[in-house]
Ligand binder design. Structure first.
Ligand SMILES: [Zn+2]
Length: 213
């Protein structure tokens, strides 16, 4: 790296920030099997999130596994005059397209298929790029990370759509709609993916580049 640096990371300066009270203190280099503690609040100090890569992988894989029943099992069960119809996410999307409500179809497709898959792909890419010590386009990768964090709170839209549908149809007399077993799996996928994104430490993207600086 050229001499154009006008910054240094806390890690390079031998400093560490406390996770709990955010005090910046000198990294005390704990002795064998000892944990460094924050001089102000006494919380354990870590220069980077602990086992960030392994933890993010584990949560991500759990989310991907749960994503299968979320798509295969019915999301809604509609009963009209005695005949029941179970709809998965995809059959729900195609139902709304065929009945002319493409806006609802688009919302469900974006929230339940596009966003979760995009988050999986981005997190897998970030994890692999850090594990293979990639030095390519760190800024763009940080932007990707920011996107996964920002869209996280919107992934629940699908669960809301189901809830609203259930509430709306319950008001009618002829049809009865209930949330299917996929709803709980889908909600778990959303929550676990959010925790996975949270457990990834974006500073790892830059650590490779700053190691010899
Ligand atoms: Zn502290």
């Amino acid at each position: 790296m050229k001499n154009e640096k006008i910054f240094a990371s806390a890690k390079q300066l031998g400093l560490v920030s406390c996770h709990d009270c955010h005090l910046l203190s000198r990294w005390p280099k704990p002795a064998h099997r000892q944990i460094a503690l924050c001089p102000r609040c006494g919380g354990p100090l870590h220069q980077r999130k602990v086992h960030s890569i392994a933890r993010t992988w584990a949560l991500l894989l759990a989310a991907i596994i749960l994503y299968i029943p979320a798509n295969v099992l019915p999301m809604t069960v509609t009963t009209t005059l005695g005949s029941a119809q179970a709809d998965t996410i995809m059959s729900g999307v195609s139902y709304f397209i065929h009945s002319g409500s493409w806006e609802i179809a688009l919302v469900i497709f974006t929230a339940s298929i596009f966003v979760p898959l995009m988050k999986f792909i981005i997190l897998i890419y970030l994890l692999l790029s850090v594990q293979f010590k990639s030095v390519k386009r760190p800024k763009d990768r940080t932007v990707l990370y920011r996107i996964t964090e920002a869209v996280g709170r919107w992934s629940m839209v699908d669960v809301y759509v189901v809830t609203i549908l259930v509430a709306l149809v319950k008001l009618g007399v002829l049809a009865n709609i209930e949330a299917g077993p996929a709803a709980i799996y889908f909600a778990s996928v959303v929550v676990i993916t959010m925790i996975a994104a949270e457990s990834f430490d974006p500073r790892l993207i830059w650590d490779v580049m700053e190691v010899d600086a």
